[in-house]
Design a protein around this ligand. Sequence first.
Ligand code: SF4
Length: 471
Amino acid sequence: MNPPAVNPPAMPTYLGMPSFPEAARGAVADTRLRANLAHATGTIRRRREAAVAELPDWPELRDAAKQIKDHTLEHLGHYLELLEERVTAAGGTVHWALDAAEANAIVTRLVRETGESEVVKVKSMATQEIGLNEALAEAGITAHETDLAELIVQLDDDLPSHILVPAIHKNRAEIREIFRREMPSAPEDLTDDPAALAEAARRHLRAKFLSAKVAVSGANFAIAETGTVLVVESEGNGRMCLTLPDTLITVMGVEKLLPTARDLEVFLQLLPRSSTAERMNPYTSAWTGVHPGDGPRAFHLVLLDNGRTATHADPVGRQALRCIRCSACLNVCPVYARAGGHAYGSPYPGPIGAILSPQIRGIGSDVDASLPFASTLCGACYEACPVAIDIPEVLVHLRARAPKKPGERLVMTAAGWTLRTPGRLALAQYAASRGRWFARRLRFPRAWADTRDVPVPPARSFRRWWREEQR
Ligand code: SF4
């Protein structure tokens, strides 16, 4: 007998979230969250380092990946048209979506045309980015997440906080409580043993897989020369979604393209080691259009722009489009490990989120203007990135573009005027040393002075000391 059906709530959205410093304040004060994050990111980080160290040609692979991605981005229009031609020739249908609203409208229409009111979903960052679950819920369509961590987050009416491990902020005891509360098929005596939790989720999901007629997925890669689309995952839930339903709808960011099947040789080595620290990916599903008697009977590929063309136009920021969503940069970031993923106000947290979200959404809102500053610029993310995205470079570039806070422009203008000539600087230093008594008593803004020692200007400036010594 199948377990009773559960209609999960539509997930809350990131819309209207506060700026990074404000959102991070609560997270940093939450000791349990910090402990969960430190344990999880530390474990993944150590395993990844060991997996990467096994490959002596890792730097060459990294450079090859960078060059393939840069070449593809340079000729993006050509390869996208080729992909459309090959997918169509193989019996699929390609749709172009300029933004989130258009992509959601296309997917909603396609599901409605099947007459179904439920879909199963493969874990997908692109559909989180456009808020697809919420859009489908508004149209009366229930989307069931099938990735274990996504399911946990969805059942708890929460938001993902990590690209690869969306429930990284929850420990086993919390997950057991969520299953007992929200999953009617979960046994009364469910423990927090990982195998028991996985078994409860398996029973819950099996009924969904066997009854679903429509599946929605994202894509890790698409091959222009063959029209093949790939999903890379660890649990096998994605494989069930991609093969059992009659209709498959894939939403893919336009940057996920690779020119040839041979290019996969590079990325299928880099991605598993960088993300789950595995030598080989457990489930790599690839399909080209539709085939009678094998897999879905209808395949729709929605190619999503949603700010990517604007990002592509920026010669410095464009490198963010190389990202293969491995999450290695999150796991090495000291800011992410303390603030957690929710503080970034976007499905893309951590260093990649700090450079991708302000570019694809625009840097106008408080949260997007604050993201380029959510970093110490230590460079650990650049070192870890398998496609060599110079995240610190893009962060500094975006900081210059961020709207200035009140008073900031005035201070910078005054500093620029002072530093422009040696005479003005000498005058300012003389004034500072004369005003030592005043500086000691100066009340700097609390947010600034609470975490820093305010230096008192020396009695003699270096210039004056030098002059006197020379004399
Ligand atoms: S920026 Fe690099 S390290 Fe971070 S998720 Fe993307 S590919 Fe991985």
